[in-house]
Design a protein around this ligand. Structure first.
Ligand SMILES: Nc1ncnc2c1ncn2[C@@H]1O[C@H](COP(=O)(O)OP(=O)(O)OP(=O)(O)O)[C@@H](O)[C@H]1O
Ligand SMILES: O=c1ccn([C@@H]2O[C@H](COP(=O)(O)O)[C@@H](O)[C@H]2O)c(=O)[nH]1
Length: 246
């Protein structure tokens, strides 16, 4: 995989919102952040910036904390969700660090004000940064409990007028059932929002799917562990599953 892709490669998209799984940041571990994973992601994101794509990012927090899991262990749910959102800020800082080490200009914005650490989210400022070529990492989810970073990714993607939401995960697309649990699961190349909702396909939470359906925002789900897949997808290659109005 080259850090300098073909500069003549043409992106299908001008602006994307990339949702990165927090869990994927763990690599082979079972908690925290593997710097090697971050560096590889930074390299792949840099390839997109190199061909002129404007990149907004939302990172999950599942490698650190999830409110629902903390609640199941006895914590008050809203406190758990606040911890989950703070976890996404930590992941965002780690990703910015990896991007900057690869000489990719980047910004972190937070839905929860955190003066002195990161900028507070402001849509117009975010769009200005994206237009000037900076990668913008949107952290702290939506800023509200009871949501997920999938919903935050869809929300920010719609707000910044992205051409597509790209969900980078550990499976290579959307299946008729969870492929991690069922080896016989069958993959879709493309399916409609209502099919995801009707079949309650768990690749993304249903609140997020309702949001993208209502705003006709396409979502592509692909395997981030496959080297080169992100660039291939962005230049129009066949990767993962497309969810749209069908
Ligand atoms: N029908 C399905 N098709 C594909 N994946 C599915 C499906 N149902 C459940 N999944 C599961 O959804 C997971 C994708 O979610 P992902 O790990 O990206 O989690 P997340 O909760 O969005 O991220 P985070 O780790 O940041 O919390 C896959 O690992 C897969 O096991
Ligand atoms: O808008 C949001 C987004 C997230 N949370 C909490 O953070 C964790 C981590 O996010 P994941 O999407 O699960 O990776 C999530 O479980 C929630 O507890 C939130 O409250 N609001």
């Amino acid at each position: 995989m080259s850090a300098n892709p073909d500069r003549n490669a043409k992106s299908k998209y001008k602006r994307i919102l990339l949702k990165l799984s927090g869990e994927a940041l763990m690599g082979d571990g079972d908690f925290g952040i593997d710097p090697k994973v971050l560096d590889r992601m930074a390299l792949e994101i840099g390839q997109l910036v190199g061909i002129g794509v404007q990149v907004g990012i939302v990172i999950g927090g599942g490698n650190l904390f999830r409110g629902a899991a903390l609640h199941a262990a006895g914590m008050e749910r809203v406190t758990g969700d606040h911890m989950g959102m703070l976890a996404t800020v930590m992941n965002a800082l780690a990703m910015r660090d990896a991007l900057e080490r690869s000489n990719i200009r980047s910004r972190v914005m937070s839905a929860i004000p955190m003066s002195g650490v990161v900028e507070h989210y402001d849509r117009r400022t975010a769009i200005r940064y994206l237009t000037s070529g900076d990668v913008v990492i949107f952290s702290a989810g939506t800023g509200n409990p009871f949501f997920t970073t999938d919903s935050a990714a869809c929300l920010r993607g719609i707000e910044i007028d992205a051409d597509v939401i790209i969900k980078a995960t550990k499976v290579d697309g959307v299946y008729d059932k969870d492929p991690v649990k069922f080896s016989e699961a069958v993959k879709y190349d493309r399916l409609g929002y209502d099919e995801v909702l009707d079949q309650k396909l768990g690749v993304m939470d249903l609140t997020a799917i309702c949001l993208v359906r209502d705003h006709d925002m396409p979502v592509r789900v692909f395997d981030m562990t496959k080297p080169g897949a992100l660039l291939n997808l962005v230049v129009g290659g066949k990767e993962g599953t497309l969810i749209d109005r069908g």
